[in-house]
Design a protein around this ligand. Structure first.
Ligand code: SF4
Length: 377
Protein backbone atom coordinates (compact mmCIF):
# COMPACT_ATOMS: atom_id res chain seq x y z
CA UNK A 1 0.00 0.00 0.00
CA UNK A 2 1.26 3.45 -0.93
CA UNK A 3 2.47 5.29 2.22
CA UNK A 4 0.25 8.08 3.55
CA UNK A 5 2.31 11.22 3.93
CA UNK A 6 2.39 13.09 7.20
CA UNK A 7 0.81 16.53 6.97
CA UNK A 8 3.39 19.30 6.99
CA UNK A 9 3.25 23.00 6.30
CA UNK A 10 4.50 24.10 2.89
CA UNK A 11 7.47 26.30 2.09
CA UNK A 12 9.09 27.21 -1.24
CA UNK A 13 12.74 26.95 -2.26
CA UNK A 14 13.01 29.02 -5.43
CA UNK A 15 9.82 28.09 -7.23
CA UNK A 16 9.75 24.56 -5.78
CA UNK A 17 7.10 23.78 -3.14
CA UNK A 18 8.23 21.57 -0.27
CA UNK A 19 5.85 19.96 2.21
CA UNK A 20 2.07 19.97 2.28
CA UNK A 21 0.75 18.15 -0.78
CA UNK A 22 3.84 18.85 -2.92
CA UNK A 23 5.73 15.90 -4.42
CA UNK A 24 8.77 14.71 -2.48
CA UNK A 25 11.69 16.66 -3.93
CA UNK A 26 15.01 15.04 -4.88
CA UNK A 27 18.13 17.01 -4.05
CA UNK A 28 21.85 16.57 -4.37
CA UNK A 29 25.00 18.48 -3.51
CA UNK A 30 27.86 19.58 -5.73
CA UNK A 31 31.24 17.96 -5.15
CA UNK A 32 33.26 20.66 -6.89
CA UNK A 33 35.22 23.40 -5.18
CA UNK A 34 32.62 26.19 -5.27
CA UNK A 35 35.38 28.69 -6.16
CA UNK A 36 35.73 26.73 -9.41
CA UNK A 37 32.81 28.60 -10.91
CA UNK A 38 32.82 26.91 -14.32
CA UNK A 39 33.23 23.41 -12.86
CA UNK A 40 30.40 24.01 -10.39
CA UNK A 41 28.09 25.36 -13.10
CA UNK A 42 28.81 22.34 -15.29
CA UNK A 43 28.10 19.93 -12.46
CA UNK A 44 24.82 21.69 -11.64
CA UNK A 45 23.80 21.39 -15.31
CA UNK A 46 24.60 17.65 -15.21
CA UNK A 47 22.61 17.28 -12.00
CA UNK A 48 19.65 19.11 -13.50
CA UNK A 49 19.79 16.82 -16.53
CA UNK A 50 19.76 13.82 -14.17
CA UNK A 51 16.54 15.16 -12.60
CA UNK A 52 17.95 16.97 -9.56
CA UNK A 53 15.39 19.55 -8.46
CA UNK A 54 17.35 21.53 -5.86
CA UNK A 55 21.11 21.61 -5.41
CA UNK A 56 23.16 22.39 -2.31
CA UNK A 57 26.52 24.08 -2.65
CA UNK A 58 29.19 24.22 0.07
CA UNK A 59 30.23 27.72 1.10
CA UNK A 60 33.20 27.30 3.47
CA UNK A 61 35.08 30.57 2.73
CA UNK A 62 34.37 34.17 1.63
CA UNK A 63 35.75 33.29 -1.83
CA UNK A 64 33.08 30.56 -2.15
CA UNK A 65 30.41 33.12 -1.23
CA UNK A 66 31.82 35.48 -3.88
CA UNK A 67 31.43 32.75 -6.51
CA UNK A 68 27.70 32.35 -5.83
CA UNK A 69 26.32 35.21 -8.00
CA UNK A 70 28.05 33.87 -11.14
CA UNK A 71 26.92 30.30 -10.39
CA UNK A 72 23.36 31.43 -9.71
CA UNK A 73 23.23 33.49 -12.91
CA UNK A 74 24.29 30.54 -15.07
CA UNK A 75 21.99 27.85 -13.58
CA UNK A 76 18.25 27.25 -13.32
CA UNK A 77 17.50 24.95 -10.40
CA UNK A 78 17.24 26.49 -6.91
CA UNK A 79 20.49 26.66 -4.94
CA UNK A 80 20.90 26.13 -1.20
CA UNK A 81 24.06 27.52 0.39
CA UNK A 82 25.54 25.15 2.97
CA UNK A 83 27.06 27.12 5.84
CA UNK A 84 28.95 26.02 8.92
CA UNK A 85 30.61 28.08 11.68
CA UNK A 86 30.80 31.53 10.10
CA UNK A 87 27.49 33.39 10.11
CA UNK A 88 28.95 36.11 7.85
CA UNK A 89 29.02 33.54 5.02
CA UNK A 90 25.30 32.94 5.59
CA UNK A 91 24.67 36.69 5.40
CA UNK A 92 26.57 36.94 2.10
CA UNK A 93 24.92 33.83 0.63
CA UNK A 94 21.43 34.98 1.62
CA UNK A 95 21.81 37.86 -0.85
CA UNK A 96 22.07 35.41 -3.74
CA UNK A 97 20.72 31.89 -3.20
CA UNK A 98 17.23 30.40 -2.75
CA UNK A 99 17.72 28.94 0.73
CA UNK A 100 20.40 28.93 3.40
CA UNK A 101 21.28 25.81 5.35
CA UNK A 102 22.80 26.40 8.76
CA UNK A 103 23.65 24.14 11.64
CA UNK A 104 22.52 26.26 14.59
CA UNK A 105 24.76 24.13 16.82
CA UNK A 106 27.88 25.60 15.26
CA UNK A 107 26.78 28.99 13.92
CA UNK A 108 27.66 30.80 17.16
CA UNK A 109 25.75 33.10 19.47
CA UNK A 110 22.02 33.78 19.43
CA UNK A 111 22.82 37.29 18.18
CA UNK A 112 24.54 35.81 15.08
CA UNK A 113 21.57 33.50 14.48
CA UNK A 114 19.28 36.53 14.71
CA UNK A 115 21.29 38.29 11.99
CA UNK A 116 21.02 35.26 9.70
CA UNK A 117 17.28 34.97 10.29
CA UNK A 118 16.83 38.66 9.49
CA UNK A 119 18.86 38.28 6.27
CA UNK A 120 16.76 35.37 4.94
CA UNK A 121 13.56 37.04 6.04
CA UNK A 122 14.50 40.25 4.20
CA UNK A 123 15.11 38.22 1.03
CA UNK A 124 11.94 36.15 1.49
CA UNK A 125 13.85 32.86 1.33
CA UNK A 126 13.64 29.90 3.70
CA UNK A 127 16.16 28.53 6.14
CA UNK A 128 17.09 24.90 6.44
CA UNK A 129 17.84 24.06 10.04
CA UNK A 130 20.30 21.17 9.80
CA UNK A 131 21.00 19.33 13.02
CA UNK A 132 23.75 16.72 12.94
CA UNK A 133 24.51 13.96 15.46
CA UNK A 134 28.17 14.88 15.20
CA UNK A 135 27.77 18.50 16.31
CA UNK A 136 25.19 18.53 19.10
CA UNK A 137 25.29 21.22 21.78
CA UNK A 138 27.41 20.47 24.85
CA UNK A 139 24.40 20.68 27.20
CA UNK A 140 22.60 17.94 25.29
CA UNK A 141 25.66 15.70 25.29
CA UNK A 142 25.96 16.21 29.05
CA UNK A 143 22.25 15.47 29.50
CA UNK A 144 22.11 12.35 27.30
CA UNK A 145 25.72 11.14 27.55
CA UNK A 146 26.09 10.66 23.78
CA UNK A 147 24.11 11.56 20.63
CA UNK A 148 20.79 9.74 21.05
CA UNK A 149 17.66 10.15 18.91
CA UNK A 150 16.10 12.11 21.80
CA UNK A 151 19.12 14.41 21.91
CA UNK A 152 19.04 15.06 18.15
CA UNK A 153 15.27 15.65 18.12
CA UNK A 154 15.50 17.91 21.17
CA UNK A 155 18.26 19.92 19.52
CA UNK A 156 16.15 20.42 16.38
CA UNK A 157 13.00 21.32 18.33
CA UNK A 158 14.94 23.78 20.50
CA UNK A 159 16.45 25.54 17.49
CA UNK A 160 13.09 25.68 15.74
CA UNK A 161 11.60 27.28 18.86
CA UNK A 162 14.44 29.84 19.07
CA UNK A 163 13.91 30.78 15.43
CA UNK A 164 10.12 30.91 15.87
CA UNK A 165 10.66 33.26 18.83
CA UNK A 166 12.46 35.55 16.38
CA UNK A 167 9.20 35.63 14.43
CA UNK A 168 10.41 33.37 11.58
CA UNK A 169 8.65 30.19 10.44
CA UNK A 170 9.79 29.79 6.82
CA UNK A 171 11.99 26.75 7.42
CA UNK A 172 12.54 23.05 6.92
CA UNK A 173 14.50 20.77 9.16
CA UNK A 174 17.00 17.94 8.78
CA UNK A 175 18.30 15.64 11.52
CA UNK A 176 21.28 13.76 10.16
CA UNK A 177 23.21 10.79 11.52
CA UNK A 178 25.19 8.12 9.71
CA UNK A 179 23.63 5.40 11.89
CA UNK A 180 20.35 4.34 10.25
CA UNK A 181 18.49 3.56 13.52
CA UNK A 182 19.62 6.81 15.09
CA UNK A 183 18.60 8.95 12.11
CA UNK A 184 15.24 7.21 11.66
CA UNK A 185 14.36 7.47 15.36
CA UNK A 186 15.39 11.12 15.48
CA UNK A 187 13.20 12.01 12.49
CA UNK A 188 10.29 10.07 13.99
CA UNK A 189 10.59 11.86 17.32
CA UNK A 190 10.88 15.27 15.67
CA UNK A 191 7.97 14.63 13.32
CA UNK A 192 5.72 13.57 16.20
CA UNK A 193 6.21 17.04 17.71
CA UNK A 194 6.45 19.36 14.72
CA UNK A 195 4.75 19.97 11.37
CA UNK A 196 7.72 21.68 9.70
CA UNK A 197 8.68 19.92 6.47
CA UNK A 198 11.69 17.65 6.79
CA UNK A 199 14.65 17.10 4.49
CA UNK A 200 15.64 13.48 5.03
CA UNK A 201 18.94 11.72 4.49
CA UNK A 202 21.46 9.38 6.04
CA UNK A 203 24.70 11.31 6.26
CA UNK A 204 28.02 9.82 5.15
CA UNK A 205 26.11 6.78 3.94
CA UNK A 206 29.05 5.34 1.98
CA UNK A 207 30.14 4.33 -1.49
CA UNK A 208 27.76 3.47 -4.36
CA UNK A 209 26.65 0.06 -3.12
CA UNK A 210 26.84 0.45 0.68
CA UNK A 211 25.52 4.01 0.55
CA UNK A 212 22.63 3.05 -1.71
CA UNK A 213 21.62 0.17 0.56
CA UNK A 214 21.96 2.24 3.73
CA UNK A 215 20.05 5.19 2.29
CA UNK A 216 17.36 2.95 0.80
CA UNK A 217 16.76 1.28 4.15
CA UNK A 218 16.87 4.51 6.18
CA UNK A 219 14.88 6.68 3.79
CA UNK A 220 12.56 3.77 3.00
CA UNK A 221 11.67 3.36 6.69
CA UNK A 222 10.97 7.07 7.01
CA UNK A 223 9.02 7.43 3.77
CA UNK A 224 6.95 4.33 4.53
CA UNK A 225 5.95 6.12 7.74
CA UNK A 226 4.98 9.21 5.79
CA UNK A 227 8.02 11.21 6.91
CA UNK A 228 10.08 13.26 4.45
CA UNK A 229 9.23 16.12 2.11
CA UNK A 230 12.56 16.36 0.35
CA UNK A 231 15.50 13.98 0.31
CA UNK A 232 19.13 13.51 -0.55
CA UNK A 233 20.91 10.21 -0.93
CA UNK A 234 24.49 10.84 0.25
CA UNK A 235 26.98 8.79 -1.75
CA UNK A 236 30.74 8.94 -2.11
CA UNK A 237 30.17 8.86 -5.88
CA UNK A 238 29.10 11.03 -8.80
CA UNK A 239 26.27 13.17 -7.37
CA UNK A 240 24.11 12.31 -10.42
CA UNK A 241 24.03 8.78 -8.92
CA UNK A 242 22.46 10.29 -5.78
CA UNK A 243 19.62 11.70 -7.87
CA UNK A 244 19.06 8.42 -9.67
CA UNK A 245 18.95 6.44 -6.43
CA UNK A 246 16.67 9.05 -4.85
CA UNK A 247 14.11 8.66 -7.62
CA UNK A 248 14.43 4.87 -7.51
CA UNK A 249 13.60 4.91 -3.78
CA UNK A 250 10.52 7.05 -4.43
CA UNK A 251 9.52 4.85 -7.37
CA UNK A 252 9.80 1.67 -5.35
CA UNK A 253 7.39 3.08 -2.74
CA UNK A 254 5.11 4.44 -5.49
CA UNK A 255 5.58 7.93 -4.12
CA UNK A 256 6.89 9.44 -7.36
CA UNK A 257 7.56 8.31 -10.86
CA UNK A 258 10.05 9.96 -13.15
CA UNK A 259 11.58 8.50 -16.24
CA UNK A 260 12.09 4.93 -17.24
CA UNK A 261 11.65 2.11 -14.76
CA UNK A 262 13.41 -0.89 -16.29
CA UNK A 263 12.25 -4.21 -14.89
CA UNK A 264 14.11 -7.32 -15.95
CA UNK A 265 13.43 -10.98 -15.31
CA UNK A 266 15.89 -12.63 -12.91
CA UNK A 267 17.00 -14.97 -15.75
CA UNK A 268 17.16 -18.76 -15.65
CA UNK A 269 18.11 -21.69 -17.86
CA UNK A 270 15.49 -20.72 -20.47
CA UNK A 271 17.26 -17.44 -21.23
CA UNK A 272 17.39 -16.63 -24.98
CA UNK A 273 18.84 -13.06 -24.90
CA UNK A 274 21.38 -11.20 -22.75
CA UNK A 275 18.85 -9.66 -20.34
CA UNK A 276 21.45 -8.07 -18.03
CA UNK A 277 23.28 -6.34 -20.87
CA UNK A 278 20.10 -5.11 -22.55
CA UNK A 279 18.59 -3.84 -19.25
CA UNK A 280 21.77 -1.92 -18.41
CA UNK A 281 21.96 -0.49 -21.93
CA UNK A 282 18.32 0.60 -21.74
CA UNK A 283 18.84 2.45 -18.45
CA UNK A 284 21.71 4.34 -20.04
CA UNK A 285 20.16 4.94 -23.45
CA UNK A 286 16.76 6.02 -22.12
CA UNK A 287 18.02 8.19 -19.25
CA UNK A 288 16.93 11.37 -21.10
CA UNK A 289 13.25 10.44 -20.93
CA UNK A 290 11.30 12.06 -18.10
CA UNK A 291 7.88 10.50 -18.80
CA UNK A 292 7.16 7.75 -16.27
CA UNK A 293 7.22 4.47 -18.23
CA UNK A 294 7.83 0.89 -17.12
CA UNK A 295 9.90 -1.11 -19.59
CA UNK A 296 10.22 -4.86 -19.24
CA UNK A 297 13.00 -7.14 -20.51
CA UNK A 298 12.21 -10.86 -20.38
CA UNK A 299 14.68 -13.57 -21.24
CA UNK A 300 12.22 -15.84 -23.04
CA UNK A 301 8.64 -16.09 -24.22
CA UNK A 302 7.71 -19.04 -21.98
CA UNK A 303 5.83 -16.85 -19.53
CA UNK A 304 6.41 -14.04 -22.01
CA UNK A 305 3.85 -11.29 -21.99
CA UNK A 306 2.27 -12.62 -18.79
CA UNK A 307 5.36 -11.83 -16.72
CA UNK A 308 5.61 -8.38 -18.27
CA UNK A 309 1.97 -7.37 -18.19
CA UNK A 310 2.62 -4.71 -15.51
CA UNK A 311 4.91 -2.95 -17.96
CA UNK A 312 3.93 -0.26 -20.47
CA UNK A 313 6.15 -1.85 -23.08
CA UNK A 314 8.69 -4.64 -23.28
CA UNK A 315 10.45 -7.41 -25.12
CA UNK A 316 10.77 -11.15 -24.60
CA UNK A 317 13.63 -13.17 -26.12
CA UNK A 318 13.20 -16.14 -28.42
CA UNK A 319 15.38 -18.45 -30.45
CA UNK A 320 16.41 -16.12 -33.28
CA UNK A 321 13.14 -14.19 -32.98
CA UNK A 322 11.62 -12.42 -29.96
CA UNK A 323 8.52 -10.36 -29.39
CA UNK A 324 7.64 -6.75 -28.67
CA UNK A 325 4.60 -6.17 -26.45
CA UNK A 326 2.69 -3.15 -25.17
CA UNK A 327 0.40 -3.15 -22.15
CA UNK A 328 0.28 -6.93 -22.10
CA UNK A 329 -0.53 -7.34 -25.80
CA UNK A 330 1.69 -8.70 -28.56
CA UNK A 331 2.67 -5.97 -31.04
CA UNK A 332 4.97 -7.88 -33.40
CA UNK A 333 7.79 -10.36 -33.75
CA UNK A 334 11.32 -8.91 -33.93
CA UNK A 335 14.66 -10.50 -34.88
CA UNK A 336 16.42 -11.28 -31.56
CA UNK A 337 19.48 -9.27 -32.63
CA UNK A 338 17.29 -6.18 -33.18
CA UNK A 339 15.27 -6.34 -29.95
CA UNK A 340 17.20 -3.68 -28.03
CA UNK A 341 17.24 -1.23 -30.93
CA UNK A 342 13.54 -1.68 -31.66
CA UNK A 343 12.65 -1.28 -27.98
CA UNK A 344 14.62 1.98 -27.69
CA UNK A 345 12.81 3.40 -30.73
CA UNK A 346 9.41 2.27 -29.47
CA UNK A 347 9.97 3.65 -25.96
CA UNK A 348 11.03 7.03 -27.34
CA UNK A 349 7.93 7.14 -29.56
CA UNK A 350 5.66 6.11 -26.67
CA UNK A 351 7.18 8.73 -24.33
CA UNK A 352 6.68 11.37 -26.99
CA UNK A 353 3.03 10.50 -27.60
CA UNK A 354 2.30 10.35 -23.84
CA UNK A 355 3.95 13.71 -23.36
CA UNK A 356 1.99 15.26 -26.20
CA UNK A 357 -1.25 13.75 -24.91
CA UNK A 358 -0.72 15.12 -21.42
CA UNK A 359 0.09 18.58 -22.79
CA UNK A 360 -3.12 18.52 -24.82
CA UNK A 361 -5.16 17.21 -21.87
CA UNK A 362 -3.83 20.05 -19.76
CA UNK A 363 -5.21 22.30 -22.47
CA UNK A 364 -1.88 24.04 -22.77
CA UNK A 365 -2.25 26.58 -25.57
CA UNK A 366 1.40 26.17 -26.41
CA UNK A 367 1.13 22.39 -26.61
CA UNK A 368 2.65 21.34 -29.87
CA UNK A 369 4.55 18.39 -31.11
CA UNK A 370 7.65 20.62 -30.98
CA UNK A 371 7.13 21.10 -27.21
CA UNK A 372 6.85 17.37 -26.76
CA UNK A 373 9.93 16.74 -28.84
CA UNK A 374 11.91 19.36 -26.96
CA UNK A 375 11.01 17.98 -23.54
CA UNK A 376 11.80 14.43 -24.52
CA UNK A 377 15.18 15.20 -26.03
S1 SF4 B 1 11.33 -14.77 -18.49
FE1 SF4 B 1 12.15 -16.74 -19.21
S2 SF4 B 1 14.35 -16.52 -18.88
FE2 SF4 B 1 13.40 -14.94 -17.65
S3 SF4 B 1 13.18 -15.87 -15.61
FE3 SF4 B 1 11.22 -16.16 -16.71
S4 SF4 B 1 11.42 -18.19 -17.64
FE4 SF4 B 1 13.52 -17.56 -17.07
Amino acid sequence: MKPVRRKTRQIHVGGIPIGGDAPIIVQSMTTTDTRDIQGTIEQIHQLEKAGCEIVRVAVPTPEDAQALPAIKAATRIPIIADIHFDHRLALAAAEVVDCVRINPGNIGSREKLKEVVKAVEDRGIPLRVGVNAGSLERELLLKYGFPTADAIAESALTHVKIIEDLGFTNMKVSLKASDVHLAVDAYRKFSAESDYPTHIGITEAGTSVTGTVKSSVGLGLLLANGIGDTLRVSLAADPCEEVRVGFEILKSLELRHRGINVIACPTCGRLEIDVVKIANNLERRLAHITEPLTVSVLGCVVNGIGEGKEADIGIAGGEGVGILFKEGKLVRKVKAADLEEVLVEEVEALALSRREKSLLENNDASATLEDALASSS
